[in-house]
Design a protein around this ligand. Structure first.
Ligand code: KG4
Ligand code: ZN
Length: 341
């Protein structure tokens, strides 16, 4: 079984071929550059997908011609994401599937992130997953293919978004989360008392907007940041985010403990953050569970995660065969509504 996955939900144009032996046969990601705008500009993203997608898919198919010749299905990110960007991927995938007389599988981007660990590791259902990136922050119990129980999500900004926005306040180019973490390395995480939104509160939701406002307010009081203060500022902010993430993760685990999750999973771009990883790793160890994160290139948006989720759905027969060339992208598509795919 070989599935081609196509991802265009935000600012990565990506495609990959994956087989049922859990091999990534070909895998190409083009990351758009929106740095000069300070964030992703939806129209520019859609145009870039339009220019890049066809040659990128062609390159993927040429990298593994034998597998490409026996495609079982085409899988495409159908939502959630930027509507214009989604349209590009969905329209292309429909045309390709039609021309090859191949089944077309609609994939929820978040389910793609959530299922990636089953491509890269031996992880059995159910498992507890935190999907944290610039666009998402979601805690879910992944119970099966097409069966995720959302335990919590951000009420405002995503975790990565908070990192990127605070990094921007400090003058780091977009997306600045990585630079913020690098700067934090030399800093004192106790130097500034940032709030810990929702920490200790019931439930598993997140809120990062107040943390961002606190960062902005503090910066106005510190007009000339020395290198040391800047590092302390980054370390203190990062510590606040890491503590909140850990607290919410612990709450989520408590709420599903009786369902015996097999692993603690972290995915999405925020998995790059060593502070957050360390906290969650230690927590998983304290619960006697493995901590699993896919390799970084599969944590950030990519085509292999969509191909794999499509493959899991295709082999389970859990994909829609009705109106397959008439469906529209779903810019909002909650994990909770997966069964409608
Ligand atoms: O998953 P991804 O490629 O794209 C989406 O946002 O969907 O994640 C990229 C994002 C960055 O914009 C940033 O928000 C976050 O992941 N990120 C980080 C770090 N590196 C990337 N957040 C915290 N610490 C990092 N080192
Ligand atoms: Zn993503």
């Amino acid at each position: 079984m070989v599935v081609l996955g196509i991802e265009t939900s935000c600012d990565e144009t990506a495609a990959a071929l994956v087989d049922d032996q859990r091999r990534i046969l070909a895998h190409v990601v083009f990351s758009q550059d929106h740095a000069s705008f300070g964030g992703v500009v939806p129209d520019i993203a859609a145009r870039a997908h339009l220019q890049k997608l066809a040659p990128l898919v062609q390159a993927v198919l040429e990298k593994a011609p034998e597998a490409a010749a026996q495609l079982s299905a085409v899988a495409v990110t159908t939502g959630p994401g930027l509507i214009g960007s989604l349209w590009v991927g969905v329209s292309f995938a429909k045309a390709l599937a039609w021309s090859l007389s191949c089944p077309l599988v609609q994939v929820n981007h978040l389910e793609g992130h959530a299922l990636t660990v089953r491509l890269t590791h031996d992880v059995a259902f159910p498992y507890l997953a935190l999907i944290a990136s610039g666009g998402h922050c979601e805690l879910a119990l992944v119970r099966g293919v097409g069966d995720c129980l959302t335990l919590g999500q951000s009420l405002d900004d995503a975790a990565g978004e908070a990192f990127d926005k605070v990094a921007r306040l400090l003058g780091f180019p977009y997306p600045g989360a990585k630079a913020l973490e690098a700067c934090a390395q030399a800093g004192d995480p106790q130097r500034f008392a940032f709030p810990r939104p929702l920490k200790g509160q019931p439930g598993c939701d997140f809120s990062f907007a107040g943390l961002k406002t606190a960062a902005r307010t503090l910066l106005t009081q510190l007009p000339d940041l020395s290198e040391t203060l800047r590092a302390d500022f980054c370390a203190s902010f990062q510590q606040a985010v890491a503590e909140v993430v850990l607290d919410r993760f612990q709450h989520a685990f408590e709420s599903v403990r009786d369902q015996h999750p097999t692993a603690c999973v972290l995915t999405g771009g925020v998995a790059a953050n060593q502070r957050i990883r360390t906290e969650l790793e230690a927590f998983a160890a304290s619960c006697d569970l493995p901590f699993v994160a896919p390799p970084m290139e599969l944590c950030t948006d990519n085509g292999a995660m969509i191909a794999w989720a499509g493959l899991e759905r295709y082999r389970n027969n859990s994909y829609s065969t009705r109106n397959v060339f008439a469906f529209a992208p779903r810019p909002r598509w909650e994990l909770q509504e997966l069964s409608c795919a």
